[in-house]
Design a protein around this ligand. Structure first.
Ligand code: C5P
Length: 285
């Protein structure tokens, strides 16, 4: 039994940290958007065996049970009680890792969806999302994707009207951010500026791409301990070259600009690519 699927990256059109929970996680309010940049996952389940093997392309990604795709597969098999298979997972990584683009979460969500399909287990979206939350906070969103408001840890999801067609230029600075480290620097009471999430949602409802782009904001940008100048510089280039708005996604450090004109997006891409190899042109799906 073998199946192949694509795992789409996400961008945060906004990210607000509302409060700290007693369990150490944070209450978030984020508008999330799936884009067409994707990893490709192939799963093969061989009957009569057990355990997992992973080929993940990048040498620094774990190839054992620490790999996020294996965590997702283990949770699926534990939940369904299915056993007696060796599971081979092959990941072609196109989404930059540790970038704030939900690459690992998208891969985990795809594995849950694909195993559900392979074994015809008919788990509904809510169940897949609950299983996904056991893997990571962004996995529930990645199960269905689209345009959504994510609250709580990220698992309380409200579908939003789709973003009008946008051209994204996505650019990862040269440094990486540790999500837990960045969260540990957050003092909710000291956050000085927050996104206008309800204004952003009103703009989405009226199909106003410029209104959405102007309201994009990520509170993590004020918390970045280092590399902030890179982020600001990339944002400046994107805005100078015609982006309607530019912001960092997730816990960073990737920055993206929203363009309504494809040729302006292409021009910004050409400008940034020589300096930043992880620069991509993308659009919403
Ligand atoms: O859930 P996930 O494993 O993706 O989270 C990684 C880390 O990010 C957590 O260990 C936690 O430190 C932080 N986090 C948080 N609040 C959230 C999501 C993540 O504090 N809502």
């Amino acid at each position: 039994m073998i199946v192949t699927s694509r795992a789409f990256a996400k961008l945060n059109l906004s990210l607000d940290i509302v409060s700290r929970m007693d369990n150490g996680y944070h209450n978030l309010k984020m508008v999330m958007q799936t884009i067409n940049l994707c990893d490709e996952i192939t799963i093969e389940c061989l009957s009569g065996g057990s355990g997992f093997s992973v080929v993940a392309g990048l040498p620094f990604l774990p190839h054992d049970e620490r790999n996020i795709t294996v965590k997702a597969a283990k949770i699926f098999f534990e939940h369904t009680g299915i056993s007696g298979f060796h599971t081979k997972i092959h990941v072609v990584k196109n989404i930059p890792v540790c970038a704030g683009m939900g690459g690992g979460s998208a891969d985990a969500a795809s594995v849950l969806r694909m195993l559900n399909e392979l074994f015809e287990t008919d788990l509904d979206s809510d169940t897949l999302r609950s299983l996904g939350l056991l893997v990571g906070s962004d996995v529930p969103f990645c199960i269905n994707g689209g345009t959504a408001l994510a609250e709580g840890r990220g698992e309380i999801l409200t579908d939003l009207p789709p973003l009008p067609l946008a051209h994204f230029v996505v650019c990862k600075p040269h440094f990486s951010c540790s999500t837990p480290q960045l969260f540990s620097l957050v003092h909710c009471e000291k956050i000085r500026a927050r996104p206008d999430t309800s204004g952003l949602i009103v703009a989405l409802k009226s199909g106003d791409l410029g209104g959405v782009a102007r309201r994009m904001y990520n509170v993590f940008e004020d918390i970045l301990p280092r590399g902030k100048s890179d982020v600001d510089e990339i944002k400046g280039v994107l805005l100078d070259l015609g982006a309607l708005g530019a912001v960092m996604t997730g816990s960073g450090p990737t920055v993206f600009g929203v363009f309504d004109k494809e040729n302006s997006a292409h021009n910004a891409y050409e400008h940034l690519k020589p300096e930043y190899k992880d620069t991509f042109l993308a659009h919403n799906t």
